[in-house]
Design a protein around this ligand. Structure first.
Ligand SMILES: NC(=O)c1ccc[n+]([C@@H]2O[C@H](COP(=O)([O-])OP(=O)(O)OC[C@H]3O[C@@H](n4cnc5c(N)ncnc54)[C@H](OP(=O)(O)O)[C@@H]3O)[C@@H](O)[C@H]2O)c1
Length: 368
């Protein structure tokens, strides 16, 4: 049995993560174990470290966090036929899910247990560092776009059928946004998006037809004008004030009036002082604005929880039916590009710190 090591969150708010031994856990039915080649950092990782388990009340310390991993299959569970030992895969680690609440399923260790339907094979040309950027951004975008309780769009394929509808992706240069643009295009939708002007070319390379500066004073009117004559498929809102802005835009457009919200109305990046008070105040006023605008304008909204697809038909539609073929054919690329902070579990804390400062169209990655 291999010896395992992990970057542990030993108690709420403790920094740095403690790198020490961890049990090696063999896979159950519908599971594989991979030797992680690279892992990626998401905002939720340092949010849990900074704020304790507020959003994941079932977490039991000590814990191993981490959602994004890519590596080599070392063991397959009973009945698993989709993968064999030696396969190169990318996977969404689900250790924080209430159903599992299991350190063995966290990404920030040498060996991680993955659900088969949360993993996809990757081409030999895709490095583990590049592949590791995908999982939580991809899953969150897919939950928002395809779940029946969200936008419920047509599913993606490598030969999409045009729907004639246009989706608004607010926050196209975020990890979630880069995946949302590509998934929506692969599902047959035109995409309008927002980002900083320096990322206009990048989001267009991913498939957006037009990009708008979210910091421009005229961005809302510019987008309303751009939607003129089009039928909306709704919006996915990512980033500060994204949902509030999407409500103003969809109010003036023809088509589906639904917003899938990836971001809660809290300041991003978080303020340095009086963090809890100012986050709570921002959250309450943002929620109130979203509630009033959605009720008075007849626009439905729903928050996304980026792991829910692992337990419904969307997980299979993405990780089994779409991603392996789309990556192999090059119709879907791993985006945004990785920003590798170092090699070894000791570098995960530096990865948290860099992600917290903010990145632009990049995913913070640690090689293992
Ligand atoms: N609900 C869920 O399950 C779930 C899961 C994952 C993430 N999220 C949330 O989704 C958001 C994005 O996460 P991520 O990991 O994708 O982020 P990320 O990659 O760290 O986002 C960085 C990007 O954010 C863009 N950005 C910053 N402020 C913006 C704004 N006001 N409007 C539009 N874009 C803005 C910047 O674009 P430019 O560089 O172009 O300025 C930058 O490239 C966060 O709020 C995160 O908490 C939610």
């Amino acid at each position: 049995m291999p010896s395992n090591t992990a970057a542990w969150q030993t108690a709420p708010k403790v920094k740095p993560l403690e790198v020490k031994s961890a049990p090696y856990t063999s896979p159950q039915e519908n599971e594989i174990v991979i030797k992680n080649g690279a892992v990626a950092i998401n905002p939720i990782d340092w949010i849990i470290q900074d704020m304790g388990k507020m959003m994941f009340s079932s977490l039991k310390y000590p814990f191993i966090l981490g959602f994004d991993t890519a590596g080599e299959v070392v063991e397959v569970g009973p009945g698993v036929t989709r993968f064999k030992v030696g396969d190169r895969v990318v996977g969404h680690a689900n250790g924080t899910d209430e159903k599992y609440n299991s350190p063995a399923h966290g990404a920030f260790q040498l060996y991680t247990v993955l659900l088969v339907n949360a993993a996809s094979s990757i081409p030999s040309t895709l490095s583990y560092e590049s592949a590791a950027v995908l999982p939580l951004g991809l899953s969150t975008a897919a939950c928002g776009l395809f779940q029946k309780d969200q936008l419920a769009l047509q599913h993606p394929s490598t030969s999409p059928k045009p729907t004639g509808k246009t989706l608004l992706v607010w926050g196209g240069a975020t990890s979630v946004g880069c995946n949302a643009i590509q998934l929506a295009v692969a599902a047959g939708y035109e995409v309008l998006t927002t980002c900083s002007p320096k990322n206009f070319d990048y989001v267009k390379k991913l498939g957006a037809s037009q990009a708008f500066d979210y910091n421009s004073k005229t961005v809302i009117n510019d987008l309303i004008r751009a939607f003129n004559g089009k039928t909306t498929a709704g919006a996915i809102s990512i980033g500060s004030r994204a949902a509030e802005n999407c409500l103003d835009i969809l109010d003036k457009c023809k088509g589906d009036k639904f917003i899938s919200m990836a971001s809660y109305p809290v300041p991003q990046p978080p303020p340095k002082k009086f963090v809890i008070l100012s986050i709570a105040a921002s959250y309450l006023s943002g929620m109130a604005e979203i509630w009033v605008k959605s009720k008075t304008r007849g626009i439905r909204t729903n928050f996304i929880f980026g792991s829910t697809l692992l337990y419904n038909e969307v997980g299979k539609a993405i990780y089994v039916d779409f991603l392996p073929q789309a990556l192999a054919e090059g119709t879907f690329i791993a985006a945004p590009d990785p920003l590798v902070v170092g090699k070894g579990l000791e570098h995960i804390q530096a990865g948290y710190d860099l992600q917290r400062k903010g990145v632009s169209a990049k995913k913070v990655v640690v090689s293992l």
